[in-house]
Ligand binder design. Structure first.
Ligand SMILES: CC(C)(COP(=O)(O)OP(=O)(O)OC[C@H]1O[C@@H](n2cnc3c(N)ncnc32)[C@H](O)[C@@H]1OP(=O)(O)O)[C@@H](O)C(=O)NCCC(=O)NCCS
Length: 173
Protein backbone atom coordinates (compact mmCIF):
# COMPACT_ATOMS: atom_id res chain seq x y z
CA UNK A 1 0.00 0.00 0.00
CA UNK A 2 1.44 3.39 -0.90
CA UNK A 3 1.06 6.25 1.55
CA UNK A 4 0.58 9.88 0.58
CA UNK A 5 3.61 11.51 2.08
CA UNK A 6 5.79 14.48 1.16
CA UNK A 7 9.54 14.90 1.26
CA UNK A 8 10.42 18.23 2.84
CA UNK A 9 13.20 20.27 4.30
CA UNK A 10 12.10 21.43 7.70
CA UNK A 11 11.49 25.06 8.58
CA UNK A 12 13.73 25.96 11.50
CA UNK A 13 10.65 26.56 13.62
CA UNK A 14 9.92 22.81 13.57
CA UNK A 15 13.25 21.76 15.08
CA UNK A 16 11.56 20.19 18.10
CA UNK A 17 9.83 17.69 15.80
CA UNK A 18 13.17 16.79 14.22
CA UNK A 19 14.62 16.27 17.69
CA UNK A 20 11.72 14.03 18.70
CA UNK A 21 12.04 11.90 15.57
CA UNK A 22 15.79 11.51 15.93
CA UNK A 23 15.55 10.60 19.62
CA UNK A 24 12.81 8.12 18.73
CA UNK A 25 15.15 6.56 16.14
CA UNK A 26 17.93 6.19 18.70
CA UNK A 27 15.51 4.51 21.10
CA UNK A 28 13.76 2.14 18.69
CA UNK A 29 16.81 1.10 16.63
CA UNK A 30 19.91 1.60 18.78
CA UNK A 31 22.03 -0.83 16.75
CA UNK A 32 21.37 1.15 13.55
CA UNK A 33 23.22 4.29 14.65
CA UNK A 34 26.62 5.20 16.07
CA UNK A 35 25.07 7.82 18.36
CA UNK A 36 23.16 6.72 21.43
CA UNK A 37 19.95 8.13 22.88
CA UNK A 38 21.89 9.34 25.93
CA UNK A 39 24.49 11.06 23.71
CA UNK A 40 21.92 13.14 21.88
CA UNK A 41 19.52 13.73 24.75
CA UNK A 42 22.35 15.83 26.14
CA UNK A 43 22.57 18.06 23.03
CA UNK A 44 21.81 21.74 23.51
CA UNK A 45 18.83 23.20 21.64
CA UNK A 46 21.24 25.09 19.36
CA UNK A 47 22.54 21.79 17.95
CA UNK A 48 19.04 20.74 16.95
CA UNK A 49 18.27 24.17 15.55
CA UNK A 50 21.37 24.04 13.36
CA UNK A 51 20.53 20.51 12.20
CA UNK A 52 17.02 21.55 11.18
CA UNK A 53 18.20 24.63 9.30
CA UNK A 54 18.13 24.15 5.53
CA UNK A 55 20.64 27.00 5.24
CA UNK A 56 23.09 24.47 6.68
CA UNK A 57 23.30 23.02 3.18
CA UNK A 58 25.80 25.74 2.38
CA UNK A 59 27.86 24.60 5.35
CA UNK A 60 27.82 20.98 4.20
CA UNK A 61 24.75 19.43 5.76
CA UNK A 62 21.32 18.48 4.43
CA UNK A 63 18.46 16.64 6.10
CA UNK A 64 15.28 15.63 4.34
CA UNK A 65 12.15 14.54 6.17
CA UNK A 66 9.10 12.52 5.18
CA UNK A 67 5.85 14.09 6.33
CA UNK A 68 2.52 12.27 6.49
CA UNK A 69 -0.65 14.02 7.66
CA UNK A 70 1.41 16.78 9.24
CA UNK A 71 3.63 14.36 11.17
CA UNK A 72 7.32 13.67 10.55
CA UNK A 73 7.62 9.94 9.90
CA UNK A 74 11.11 9.61 8.45
CA UNK A 75 14.40 11.33 7.80
CA UNK A 76 17.66 10.97 5.87
CA UNK A 77 20.72 13.17 6.04
CA UNK A 78 24.04 13.78 4.36
CA UNK A 79 27.02 15.89 5.18
CA UNK A 80 30.20 16.78 3.37
CA UNK A 81 33.39 18.57 4.17
CA UNK A 82 34.47 21.87 2.64
CA UNK A 83 38.08 20.70 2.69
CA UNK A 84 39.63 20.68 -0.76
CA UNK A 85 40.83 17.07 -0.81
CA UNK A 86 37.63 15.42 0.43
CA UNK A 87 34.86 17.81 -0.56
CA UNK A 88 33.77 15.44 -3.35
CA UNK A 89 32.49 12.86 -0.84
CA UNK A 90 29.08 13.13 0.85
CA UNK A 91 28.35 10.91 3.85
CA UNK A 92 24.84 9.60 4.35
CA UNK A 93 23.56 9.33 7.91
CA UNK A 94 20.48 9.13 10.09
CA UNK A 95 18.26 7.19 7.70
CA UNK A 96 15.11 6.29 9.59
CA UNK A 97 11.40 5.62 9.17
CA UNK A 98 9.05 5.21 12.13
CA UNK A 99 8.29 1.49 12.60
CA UNK A 100 4.54 1.95 12.00
CA UNK A 101 5.23 3.49 8.58
CA UNK A 102 7.83 1.07 7.22
CA UNK A 103 7.28 -1.00 4.11
CA UNK A 104 5.23 1.72 2.38
CA UNK A 105 8.01 3.09 0.18
CA UNK A 106 8.88 6.05 2.39
CA UNK A 107 12.52 5.11 3.07
CA UNK A 108 13.12 4.47 -0.61
CA UNK A 109 11.67 7.82 -1.71
CA UNK A 110 13.52 9.65 1.08
CA UNK A 111 16.86 8.16 0.04
CA UNK A 112 16.21 8.73 -3.67
CA UNK A 113 15.31 12.36 -2.91
CA UNK A 114 18.53 12.75 -0.94
CA UNK A 115 20.53 11.29 -3.84
CA UNK A 116 18.71 13.63 -6.28
CA UNK A 117 19.56 16.66 -4.15
CA UNK A 118 23.20 15.58 -3.84
CA UNK A 119 23.36 15.10 -7.63
CA UNK A 120 22.60 18.81 -7.96
CA UNK A 121 25.81 19.67 -6.13
CA UNK A 122 28.52 19.53 -8.82
CA UNK A 123 31.40 19.05 -6.40
CA UNK A 124 29.95 15.84 -4.95
CA UNK A 125 31.23 12.81 -6.88
CA UNK A 126 30.44 9.95 -4.50
CA UNK A 127 28.28 9.09 -1.55
CA UNK A 128 29.52 6.92 1.29
CA UNK A 129 27.71 5.48 4.26
CA UNK A 130 28.15 2.92 6.97
CA UNK A 131 25.48 0.43 7.95
CA UNK A 132 25.19 -2.34 10.54
CA UNK A 133 25.69 -5.57 8.57
CA UNK A 134 22.63 -6.99 10.37
CA UNK A 135 20.30 -4.13 9.33
CA UNK A 136 18.85 -6.22 6.51
CA UNK A 137 16.22 -3.70 5.40
CA UNK A 138 18.72 -0.84 5.22
CA UNK A 139 21.35 -2.90 3.39
CA UNK A 140 18.72 -4.03 0.85
CA UNK A 141 17.52 -0.46 0.43
CA UNK A 142 21.03 0.84 -0.26
CA UNK A 143 21.81 -2.00 -2.67
CA UNK A 144 18.58 -1.27 -4.54
CA UNK A 145 19.76 2.33 -4.92
CA UNK A 146 23.09 1.25 -6.37
CA UNK A 147 25.33 1.28 -3.32
CA UNK A 148 28.00 -1.42 -3.24
CA UNK A 149 29.77 -2.79 -0.18
CA UNK A 150 33.43 -1.83 -0.36
CA UNK A 151 34.55 -2.91 3.09
CA UNK A 152 33.62 -4.31 6.45
CA UNK A 153 34.79 -3.18 9.87
CA UNK A 154 34.52 -6.00 12.38
CA UNK A 155 33.04 -5.32 15.80
CA UNK A 156 32.89 -1.59 15.11
CA UNK A 157 29.66 -0.98 17.02
CA UNK A 158 29.02 -2.03 20.64
CA UNK A 159 25.34 -1.93 21.59
CA UNK A 160 23.34 -3.83 24.18
CA UNK A 161 26.29 -5.92 25.31
CA UNK A 162 27.40 -7.16 21.90
CA UNK A 163 29.52 -6.14 18.95
CA UNK A 164 28.27 -5.56 15.41
CA UNK A 165 30.10 -5.32 12.09
CA UNK A 166 29.70 -2.23 9.94
CA UNK A 167 29.52 -2.36 6.16
CA UNK A 168 31.11 0.51 4.26
CA UNK A 169 28.95 1.19 1.21
CA UNK A 170 29.31 3.74 -1.57
CA UNK A 171 28.01 4.78 -4.95
CA UNK A 172 28.77 7.44 -7.52
CA UNK A 173 26.77 10.65 -7.32
C1 LIG B 1 15.80 1.02 6.41
C2 LIG B 1 14.48 1.77 6.51
C3 LIG B 1 14.77 3.27 6.50
C4 LIG B 1 13.63 1.41 5.29
O1 LIG B 1 12.47 2.25 5.30
P1 LIG B 1 11.07 1.80 4.63
O2 LIG B 1 10.23 2.99 4.51
O3 LIG B 1 10.51 0.63 5.37
O4 LIG B 1 11.58 1.30 3.20
P2 LIG B 1 10.71 1.15 1.88
O5 LIG B 1 9.35 0.64 2.19
O6 LIG B 1 10.81 2.41 1.09
O7 LIG B 1 11.50 0.01 1.10
C5 LIG B 1 12.53 0.37 0.18
C6 LIG B 1 13.44 -0.84 -0.03
O8 LIG B 1 14.11 -1.14 1.18
C7 LIG B 1 14.28 -2.55 1.30
N1 LIG B 1 13.51 -3.04 2.44
C8 LIG B 1 12.63 -2.34 3.19
N2 LIG B 1 12.16 -3.10 4.19
C9 LIG B 1 12.76 -4.31 4.06
C10 LIG B 1 12.72 -5.50 4.83
N3 LIG B 1 11.95 -5.61 5.93
N4 LIG B 1 13.51 -6.55 4.46
C11 LIG B 1 14.29 -6.46 3.36
N5 LIG B 1 14.38 -5.32 2.59
C12 LIG B 1 13.63 -4.27 2.95
C13 LIG B 1 13.76 -3.13 -0.02
O9 LIG B 1 14.82 -3.12 -0.94
C14 LIG B 1 12.72 -2.11 -0.41
O10 LIG B 1 12.46 -2.10 -1.77
P3 LIG B 1 11.25 -3.03 -2.35
O11 LIG B 1 10.03 -2.60 -1.61
O12 LIG B 1 11.23 -2.69 -3.79
O13 LIG B 1 11.63 -4.43 -2.03
C15 LIG B 1 13.69 1.35 7.78
O14 LIG B 1 13.56 -0.05 7.80
C16 LIG B 1 14.32 1.80 9.08
O15 LIG B 1 14.12 2.92 9.53
N6 LIG B 1 15.11 0.91 9.73
C17 LIG B 1 15.71 1.17 11.03
C18 LIG B 1 16.80 2.21 10.96
C19 LIG B 1 17.95 1.81 10.06
O16 LIG B 1 18.35 0.66 9.98
N7 LIG B 1 18.51 2.84 9.41
C20 LIG B 1 19.68 2.69 8.56
C21 LIG B 1 20.85 3.34 9.22
S1 LIG B 1 22.35 3.12 8.25
Amino acid sequence: MSARFSIIELPKTRWREARALRLHALQTDPSAFASSYADELAFADEVWLARADSAERHAGNMTLFAELDGELVGMAGANWSQREKIRHVAHGYGVYVLPAHRGKGIGGVLMQSLLDELARLPQIKKISLQVNSESAAAVALYEKLGFATVGIARGELFVGGRYYDLLYMERKS
